[in-house]
Design a protein. Sequence first.
Length: 657
Amino acid sequence: MHAPDEHLRAIQSEVLAVWRHVTRFQERSLAALRAVHSTYRRSAENLLAYVGLRQLDLRRLQLELGDWGLSSLGRCEGHVLSNLRQLMNRLDEALATEAHARLPGGHGELPDDTITRGEAVSLLHQHTRDLLGPRPSHRHVRIMVTANEAEPPSDEAVAALLRAGMDVLRINVAHGHPALWRQLAEAARRVAAALGLPVRILVDLEGPKLRTTRFRSGPAIVRYRPRKDAWGRVAHALKVRVLGEQAPGAPSSSGEPLPIRVPDAWLARLRVGDVLRTRDSRDRSRELRITEVAPGAALAELRSTCYLINGATLSWVRGAHELDRCLVTGLPPRAGFAELRVGDVFELGLHTEEGHPGVRDPRDDRAWLEPPRIGLGLGGATLELKPGHHVLLDDGKVEAVIETTRGDLATARVVRAAKNRVKIRAGKGVNLPDSEIHAPALSPRDREVLGEVIELADAIGISFVRKPADLREAIQMIQRTAAGRPVGIIVKLETAYALKSLPELLLEAMRHYPVGVMIARGDLAVEVGFERMAELQQEILWFAEAAHLPVVWATQVLETLARTGIPSRAEISDAALSVQAECVMLNKGPYVTEACRSLDVILRKMEQHQFKKRNLYRPLRISLDVKAIPPVEVSVPDVPPPSHAAGAPASSEPAGR
């Protein structure tokens, strides 16, 4: 027997051992298949085969298979047994041996319904269509856009998004209210019908996310600050509305300053050029000059920063004469917060409804007379904190470690912060990656609003899933509320705990049809660490492909472009990688339509080069433009031979490093 035959027989033996391991794992897990939806039966069998395959270290075998021009099993996620069978057939042909027995355990013939590569692709496309709607005419990856829940949408804005490439509108019920959610869904469907374009609605439940509770309010003080240039000079005076004491007048936008209240009798007599004079909280004289007057209102300009407080005296001056005085009223208290930096100790209260900022020692800015207390809203969850557990506040802006615990109160020390001082406010996310958390998959608020949003939704997003049992409870509640109306489910993967049981979660989700998964990279990266995020998002993609389930690639896709109108180079590369998923999610922003249009172009171009993990070789202009590469004359200099040629030992470093 020739040496090549011996090598091939050794490879053949290893491949057969892989086959037997995979099929025996399937046999041991058959009970898990009984509950899956009939549509997913074959997909679930393939998922089990893939789980068995990924229990093995195949790296050396894959390299050897590649050396022989055989399948290296590197793209077999959707059709594991078919790929193994074809590989064994090629080995049998090369060695001119009889076909191996190939039933689980190594006896008999391979079942006829083993999924082929083409069938795997077909199943994935079918499941994606049923969940996310028909395939766009010019690409297969869908685009999901998060609605702006701050204000009702205009038909023009919705039409612009649909024309830019939006296929799915995401409504996040963590923000807004039922009437606004209904407006968003109805506007999307109405405009899509008028344009003759399909659209699906995803209603994203908030889930049992841990958040900071409210803080004790700060003083009633408002800072009015004109814009300054690089030299500290006022570039534009700040325009402030002047209203009566009872007139409604909340700022019409986040950038507009709070109006100043004066007696109603003043408004009828104010003139352009009049001055409202006061002394602010720092005892500095400040003037607001009236520039416009209208019935029941006026507009004033401020050219110096002013910290205004309730009870400050406001003088109405015309020329050299003071006409009247009043006291400033109606300024709201400042929202409370806790300011933390590296080394600070704070208290974390599991049942603290109101936190407080703490009191620093005036003699030592690094010491506390009373440490800050941060309340943790559990949202129906229960947990136990232990010394050594990590606490991540505000999407990881602050990382702390628990030092001591006492009942429902723990003390923690800050070990990392995004900047020198980080302000932690109410409603910010809290992640406890080391702590075992017991929480229902639907929060109390989710249960409250589910009945109002179920009829709006083509699919429901379940957030902060941890365990299969919790997911089952959530899906059953959604099914009962839907009362027979077909609705899809998207399982959001955003906790480290969920990844520990990913195959079980997928099989649990597959009891319902249709389902998909979302890689919610924001919270997931905070929990698992940013260093592991790239690796884990690929693993989720592979396991979902093995189950033929569509994946939504979410969080911070083209975020800088959506927010500022100008993309970063890194996020363009990230958007290009998202072509591996079946849907890509954009978050809201002033330039989200431009971001949607850019993502549409990126996906269309990348789909010509890649499908899932497979690189596609279309003709490249870089190559087509080259007719022939001309010869190049090279003059070789007279150089001495390398030192090891004369007897010195050669370098032991591997070639190509």
